[in-house]
Design a protein around this ligand. Structure first.
Ligand code: PBG
Length: 324
């Protein structure tokens, strides 16, 4: 035998020396959930070990992340029902929970990268990402609302906005509105290939944002399609996106790879709430090793081509990487 591939696997040191893919704190984007109230920290029922925090508590949580080297965050808010309407008016309220959170966090941590979710669902009585008329999600009117929402986040000091709504043309609308209002330095991470996935279930629990009627299949993509995901990413890049995203991640590694091949900007992938919940649930039953499942799933997402990974396991993963 003149080929013995096992030589390259014979010890941990050689395996690490020749690893094609490695993870570090710089790879991760940390999703954070904000809720109203004081001194509150609520565990999300279907995401054991993950919490929503009130504004005072979120600062400590960010501090914990910064200590281990995690410096990029993606904010979501849970809005009360009395603030919701069909137009998602509260989304652009300069004194809204998101805007206050952005302001407070950036004042305390000026050097982190702070991104905010841009979509109407947490503010919509219908739980849809856009404005509803005659049981349809209307595209162009929604874009106007999303652009106003993005400008209000930029005004509060956010570094990047992350439109997760999947309306056509929203990146161009948001880019123009940001530039017209003096926010040319605010970046856009576009959820470009976002699929209509069952794996968002726990997230909708977290924000009480499940669609009140129908589903999201007229705007989020059909899981059967990969070319369409590539096309969405191309459109978003042409419209001015600084980063494109594939979501979910684990079941869409082929899409990550296909988008990475054409993208001239960084590609992110979102290991979503259902991916977190599955690992947690199986580990709680003793059916998979939690730590190993976390590292293996994240390594696979990076191997497929993700430059940035949004994951609820970020802090745990960094602690595991530092130990290994
Ligand atoms: C809302 C939004 C969703 C997620 C991120 N932004 C849910 C949805 O589209 O219904 C999902 C994140 C997750 O499941 O972790 N626009």
């Amino acid at each position: 035998m003149n080929q013995r591939p096992r030589r390259l696997r014979s010890s941990a040191v050689i395996r690490n020396l020749v690893a094609e893919t490695t993870l570090s704190a710089n790879d991760f984007l940390v999703p954070l959930f904000i809720e109203h109230g004081k001194h509150s920290k609520s565990e999300i029922h279907s995401m054991p070990g993950y919490y929503r925090f009130s504004l005072d508590e979120i600062l400590n949580e960010i501090e914990e992340h910064v200590k281990v080297g995690l410096k990029s965050f993606l904010l979501f808010v849970k809005e009360n029902d009395d603030f919701k309407d069909n137009d998602g008016t509260a989304a652009a309220n300069p004194n809204g929970l998101m805007q206050m959170a952005i302001h407070k966090i950036k004042s305390q941590f000026p050097d982190i990268i702070l991104m905010s979710d841009v979509a109407l669902d947490p503010y919509s009585t219908f739980g849809h990402d856009g404005i509803v008329e005659n049981n349809e999600i209307v595209n162009d009117k929604t874009n106007i609302a999303l652009a106003a929402m993005a400008v209000s986040h930029a005004n509060a000091g956010v570094d990047w906005v992350a439109p997760s709504d999947m309306m056509d043309g929203r990146v161009a609308a948001i880019r123009k509105a940001l530039d017209d209002n003096g926010f040319s330095n605010c970046g856009i991470m576009a959820y470009s290939a976002k699929y209509a996935s069952c794996f968002y279930g726990p997230f909708r629990d977290a924000l009480d944002s499940a669609p009140g009627f129908g589903d999201k299949k007229t705007y989020q993509m059909n899981p059967a399609n990969v070319k369409e995901g590539v096309f969405e990413a191309q459109l978003d890049l042409a419209e001015g996106a600084d980063m494109v995203m594939v979501k979910p991640a684990g079941a869409y590694l082929d899409v990550i790879k296909a988008v990475k091949e054409i993208a001239t900007k960084p590609v992110s992938a979102y290991q979503v709430s259902g991916e977190y919940a599955m690992i947690k649930a199986a580990a709680a039953k003793g059916w998979v090793n939690e730590d190993a499942a976390i590292i293996e799933s994240l390594t696979a997402i990076k191997r497929a081509g993700a430059d940035v990974i949004a994951t609820y396991f970020a802090k745990t993963a960094v602690n595991l990487i530092n130990k290994s």
